[in-house]
Design a protein around this ligand. Structure first.
Ligand code: CAA
Length: 261
């Protein structure tokens, strides 16, 4: 139904599944050209506006979540081309989505692929996943936030090594380093990601949005300001019907029925 060429969008209940899908390109390595960027941003923003969507899963192929920005598209660009078009800035809008997002990563998540995964809220990896910021090997540096988000996720030691040498991390190392929340067998990845998404989508949407906003704030501000921000949101959830429902359901020993209000 959706008029996209490089992605597939499916709905499963309150979960939306977005699959990077450049079938004719690069052996399903899902290189991220500007068309992919524009389609992913347009599709996720449309889903974000839909109150019937409670969680968005982003995935790729078995071989690659995404092998990075499209090197063939970038090679001829000049500084002015990049500056005037503000190359890659649209990807930032993925980080502005209010609906929780899950990245389900199998195979290569390199360069822009790793950055795209890090733009999502929950990062699940298949045991086949490979993460890295190998841009330096191409004579460039990360351009979709990798030097910042990787450093915040795994700390300076690993981020420096990865960005300066271009070496990659396997799924086990990525989990030890705190880049991914969990590693699962490759054939269970999508099922697990959809199960996590269904769980999130079953929560109160406004409360899930606030939980996401609160955790995301930890990346942006000081501890004191972050705690103060959390406290204000915590007070605000008491304006929702779902707070009364969630607490009543617990006390009545029954499952909650959230109305997302
Ligand atoms: N952009 C454009 N084309 C790419 C590509 C990319 N990121 N990654 C792979 N390809 C192309 C290859 O050039 C090759 O094309 P041809 O068939 O025309 O020769 C095809 O995809 C298949 O690739 P390989 O033969 O290399 O496949 P492989 O299975 O041997 O290796 C790989 C897979 C390890 C992912 C390897 O392709 C690779 O290292 N790719 C580049 C990864 C990379 O450097 N990513 C960072 C890009 S820069 C970036 O992302 C900037 C940023 O910060 C946003």
């Amino acid at each position: 139904t959706d008029a996209y060429d490089t992605i597939l969008v499916e709905r499963k209940g309150r979960t939306a599944l977005l699959t990077l899908n450049r079938p004719n390109a690069l052996n399903a390595l899902n290189a991220l050209n500007l068309q992919v960027m524009n389609e992913v941003v347009a599709a996720t923003e449309a889903l974000d506006r839909d109150p019937d969507v409670g969680c968005i899963v982003l995935t790729g192929s078995a071989k690659a979540f995404a092998a990075g920005a499209d090197i063939k598209e970038m090679r001829p660009q000049s500084y002015l081309d990049m500056y005037l078009s503000d190359w890659f800035t649209a990807w930032d809008r993925l980080g502005q989505l209010r609906t929780p997002t899950v990245a389900a990563v199998a195979g290569y998540a390199l360069g822009g692929g790793c950055e795209l995964a890090m733009l999502c809220d929950i990062l699940l990896a298949a045991d086949t996943a490979v993460f890295g910021q190998p841009e330096i090997k191409l004579g460039v540096i990360p351009g979709i936030g990798g030097s910042q988000r990787l450093t915040r996720a795994v700390g300076k030691a690993k981020a420096m090594e990865l960005c300066l040498t271009g070496r990659t991390m396997d799924a086990a190392e990525a989990e030890r380093a705190g880049l991914v929340s969990r590693v699962v067998p490759a054939d269970e990845l999508l099922g697990e990601a959809l199960a996590v998404a269904e769980t999130v989508a079953g929560m109160s949407l406004p409360v899930a949005m606030m939980a996401k906003e609160a955790v995301a704030r930890a990346f942006e501000t000081t501890l004191a300001e972050g705690v103060r921000f959390e406290r204000r949101l915590f007070h605000a959830v008491f304006a929702t019907a779902d707070q009364k429902e969630g607490m009543s359901a617990f006390i009545d020993k029954r499952p909650p029925h959230f109305t997302h209000r």
